[in-house]
Design a protein. Structure first.
Length: 615
């Protein structure tokens, strides 16, 4: 038996058998102003971790390193700008900006919306809010005015911190018009980072002269941040993570996988507008005295080698990314023009990576780099499965799997009636335990929070998959994406892997089209790599490959070649949008859609009357 697996399983079993003892030992590695009275108090479905404890996440990041010259953040923009901040410099900036926020009347329990590109000032803003107990509500800077206003109003924000412009693919993107329209008639304090000289409200840099303030004592249960995630319809859900449990989990699970040393540089490509941007581009890495690299830009601009150049320049040891970025780079061939010998691991999250993308990365890096997948959600702080970790000695990866549950995470597979299924049987992925990873609530929305536990009495993830004999998890898609054809349940991910095995295909999505006789039939959407054109020959080849693997149950209505697939800003394919288009239904909430052009392209290919305009 693999020694990494053996150790991982032993720690996992111990964490489930003695959860209070396990998490008490981890929590004591952090600084508490007042130690908690109880590790966890359960009032299902609510769990109060480290009850009675007093803590501040920024004290654990900055105050204990306030004299450290170690680099906390390297930053580059696609326009050539570069900056770096040591822990000492970050401490001074955060303490001063926190003082300025206090002078502006913001206090513990208030909410501040942060709407900024990936610039160092965004990190300073997040940490400054956390320092004084202000709840930050980070909204991805690519969102439009309606999505931004909705999140400001639901959160009840007292202020907004932004920048006048950002840069993407050589273009200057203005944020101030969006801000003006989104905040019309709202009484908000406004702060602007004037990158091109424009200011609405207060100038960010003028506020850095404020007197430094100490970190505020926070109760373990106090909210640290709100992070909105979209449902299929209706208003977005405001996931709330509390200071105590989030600090413990962010510290521990990043240490588990990455276990930084003095030579580590972690290139986290996740935007701060997402949970991975909170846990890996900010809090989890900094809690572990890590050095971060941020890049304001896309993976293929100014050229497709930019990420590899950054890895060489900053001696990057680990990179956190998403399958959509990998598939984008795959379009440009299999060559690296830079020295990436420092690289130890590429970790993927957000969507299923797929065998072809995994193989491409392994071959591209000459099998000298670990290429792994992890899995998690906004609701549980980031990844909650991984194939081992450097803290326990290394990686034990299984192709196609997102790994083994982390300590404290008890994953099971249930059928639709709530019966636990044996290994290698597909079903609903649930979590039977609680852990500090989990959200404490949904912002002012108790009813929706309880729905996570309503169906089975345990946490329903909404994902579909199976576990193998060793307890490794395989994700096959969202429950809502599973297609029933003549009573047979088919996973989009499995069929998409067959489609992606063709060298011509860059990306693929499979959805169900309603059928009076069979319930559903399959529609395949596929985008082509550069240099390839759609053809009946390719369509027939893909059809025959699906039939060969799935037989008669895989009834294919059509294969549609498209320029782009509709994706969220984090790179997840919006299959529900494809499903709605193909079935002429309402598209629902489109606030997280990356590019509207993808929808218009689909409308043209499907016919002008297919699909109704979404929000």
């Amino acid at each position: 038996m693999n020694p990494i697996y053996t150790k991982m399983r032993e720690i996992h079993e111990d964490s489930l058998r003695y959860p209070e003892k396990f998490w008490d030992a981890i929590a004591r590695e952090l600084f508490w102003y007042k130690l908690y009275e109880k590790v966890v108090e359960a009032h299902h479905p609510y769990y109060y971790w480290f009850k009675g404890g007093k803590i501040n996440i920024t004290y654990n990041i900055l105050d204990i390193r306030k004299n450290s010259n170690k680099i906390a953040l390297y930053w580059e923009s696609e326009n050539g700008e570069k900056k770096s901040l040591s822990y000492k410099q970050l401490y001074n900036l955060v303490s001063s900006f926190a003082g300025a926020l206090t002078q502006l009347g913001l206090k513990k329990g208030d909410v501040v919306t942060i709407y900024m590109p990936m610039i160092p000032e965004a990190m300073v803003s997040m940490l400054a809010c956390a320092r004084i107990g202000v709840i930050h509500n980070v909204v991805f800077a690519g969102f439009g005015e309606r999505a931004l206003r909705e999140r400001i109003e639901i959160a009840g924000s007292k202020a907004i911190i932004t920048a006048d412009v950002g840069y993407r693919r050589g273009k200057e993107i203005s944020y101030l018009d969006v801000i003006e329209n989104a905040t019309k008639d709202l009484n908000l304090t406004k702060i602007t980072v004037p990158r091109s000289g424009k200011v609405v409200g207060h100038n960010f840099y003028d506020l850095l002269d404020a007197k430094k303030v100490d970190a505020v004592l926070m109760d373990s249960q106090d909210p640290l941040f709100i992070l909105f995630t979209s449902g299929t319809t209706g208003k977005p859900k405001g996931v709330v993570h509390s200071v105590g449990p989030y600090t413990v989990w962010a510290y521990y699970h990043v240490k588990w996988l990455l276990n930084f040393d003095d030579t580590s540089t972690f290139f986290s490509t996740s935007d701060i507008g997402w949970i991975n941007g909170h846990s890996y581009s900010t809090y989890g890495t900094l809690l572990n005295n890590g050095t971060l690299l941020w890049y304001e830009g896309v993976p293929d601009y100014p050229d497709p080698q930019v990420w590899w150049r950054l890895i060489e320049d900053y001696k990057v040891t680990d990179i956190w990314t998403a399958p959509t970025a990998i598939r984008l780079l795959m379009k440009y061939g299999s060559k690296i023009d830079h020295d990436i010998s420092s690289l130890r691991m590429i970790a993927s999250a957000g969507e299923v990576l797929g065998e072809e993308a995994w193989k491409w990365l392994v071959e591209l890096t000459s099998s000298k780099v670990y290429v792994i997948e992890t899995w998690g959600q906004t609701e549980n702080s980031g990844f909650i499965t991984s194939p081992g970790g450097f803290y326990i000695g290394g990686i034990y990866y299984k192709k196609g799997s997102v790994g083994y549950p982390l300590p404290g995470i008890d994953i099971a597979i249930y059928d639709d009636n709530g019966k636990e299924l044996p290994p290698n049987t597909k079903g609903n992925i649930v979590i039977k335990s609680s852990a500090p990873a989990f959200m404490s609530s949904l912002w002012h929305d108790d009813e929706r929070y309880r729905k996570y536990y309503e169906k089975f009495g345990v946490y329903l993830t909404g994902d579909y998959g199976y576990m193998d004999d060793e307890g490794y998890l395989y994700i096959l898609g969202r429950i809502d994406d599973v297609i029933k054809v003549a009573g047979h349940r088919l996973s989009p991910a499995e069929i998409e892997n067959i489609v992606l095995s063709n060298e011509e295909i860059a990306d693929a999505a499979v959805v169900g089209k309603k059928d009076e006789i069979k319930g559903n039939v399959l529609v395949v959407f596929a985008s082509l790599k550069q240099g390839f054109l759609p053809s009946e020959e390719l369509k027939n080849k893909i059809m025959s490959e699906i039939k060969k693997n799935y037989g008669g149950i895989a009834v294919i209505d059509d294969i549609i070649f498209v320029d782009k697939l509709p994706k969220t800003r984090t790179g997840k394919i919006m299959r529900r949008v494809l499903r709605a288009l193909i079935n002429n239904e309402e598209l629902g909430d489109l606030s997280t859609l990356e590019e509207r052009e993808a929808i218009e392209d689909l409308r043209k290919r499907l016919g002008e009357k297919i699909g109704k305009q979404g929000n």
